[in-house]
Design a binder for this molecule. Structure first.
Ligand SMILES: [Zn+2]
Length: 352
């Protein structure tokens, strides 16, 4: 099926061939091999435009694919996949479902649980959070295998994390592990474990940039953001299942639909909080905060985003990178390098 790809970088759209392969939407330009979009179908959001065509997009990304309505209905219909509808239509659907479930429940789910998530997270016993995190880590160790090329590199990595962790107020010991993954990202699990992808370490242009990422993740741990997100998801899901009736899947469905609403605002707020705290942690360790501005700045460099699809993974979990790069730039203070050049060379061998 034919489509037009607006990559959000240049005004001229790309003529692309759009297809669905298993559970992914692909868009390739026949005359440019670097144009090769690959989105998981559940992330794809369709919006019916006023001209009768569909616009397909994915979360925070700027790229849009414009397709003819009939073509798209035929293609997405054949795949049998549930595509997320965006904008007013989705809202209308959600509101009518919720009217059935009762407006009181709606208020509780959308206002009550999110507001309660923070106090719930802050009052979760650390032992419980640790257990939750350990469980999660076990599950993640299957798709994300640990890097084990250099024990000395691994020790330097966890040492840097421990040093920044000591400057924070977290009840959890900070453990940093490098994992094999073909994209740039870092994850703070509940309970103090941070997973950093080998690709992020390879892409960082110095120890200060890596230190900035670790400080940011430590801030997520200190503020118990993963627990807040978990309470939001679990609390709302449990409640809806109780109301709609367990096993019907309707409660789950509703949560998936509703997730798109609040989550962007929620995650933006958490990211901004983590950035701010990360700057404090870096300063406490007298590490230059320039690394943070440099790293975000490079990721936010729009010219790279489409070709470096790897970076898109970071955008998905860390929205608003351009603004955050700007905020980090304003906060730059000089400091000492987080590691010596020698140590940095050793650390980078951890995933090779
Ligand atoms: Zn973050």
């Amino acid at each position: 099926m034919k489509g037009l790809l607006h990559d959000g970088l240049v005004a001229r759209p790309w003529a692309v061939e759009v297809s669905i392969e298993a559970v992914r939407l692909r868009a390739r330009a026949p005359d440019d091999a670097s144009i090769d979009l690959d989105w998981p179908l559940p992330d794809v959001q369709e919006t019916l435009r006023s001209d009768g065509r569909y616009s397909l997009s994915r979360n925070e990304e700027d790229a849009r694919i414009i397709v003819e309505a009939d073509d798209w209905r035929a293609l997405s219909g054949r795949s049998g996949a549930a595509i997320r509808r965006s904008g007013r239509r989705r809202e209308a659907r959600l509101i009518s479902s919720l009217t059935v479930a009762g407006l009181g429940v709606a208020a509780l789910v959308f206002v009550g649980i999110p507001m309660a998530a923070r106090p719930l997270a802050l009052n979760t016993p650390p032992a419980l959070e640790s257990r939750f995190g350990a469980n999660m880590e076990r599950q993640l160790s299957v798709p994300f295998r640990a890097c084990s090329s250099s024990p000395r590199g691994a020790a330097l990595l966890s040492g840097l994390g421990a040093r920044l962790g000591a400057a924070s107020d977290t009840p959890f010991p900070i453990r940093v592990r490098a994992v094999q993954a073909p994209f740039v990202n870092a994850f703070a699990l509940p309970g103090g474990t941070i997973l950093v992808t080998g690709e992020l370490i390879a892409r960082a242009e110095g120890p200060d940039e890596l230190a900035a990422v670790l400080a940011h993740e430590i801030a997520h741990i200190e503020r118990r953001h993963a627990m807040q997100a978990a309470w939001r998801a679990m609390g709302a899901g449990l409640l809806l299942d109780a109301v709609v009736g367990g096993g019907s899947g309707a409660g789950q469905q509703l949560i998936v639909l509703a997730g798109g609403f609040a989550d962007h605002r929620f995650s933006r707020a958490l990211e901004a909080e983590a950035d701010q705290r990360a700057i404090e942690l870096l300063r406490a360790e007298e590490i230059s905060t320039r690394g943070m501005a440099d790293f975000f700045g490079r990721l936010a460099n729009r010219e790279d985003t489409l070709k470096l699809r790897a970076a898109a993974e970071w955008f998905q979990t860390h929205p608003d990178t351009a603004n955050r790069a700007e905020a980090a730039r304003r906060a730059i203070r000089p400091g000492r390098p987080a590691l010596s050049q020698q140590e940095w060379i050793v650390l980078r061998k951890v995933c090779r």
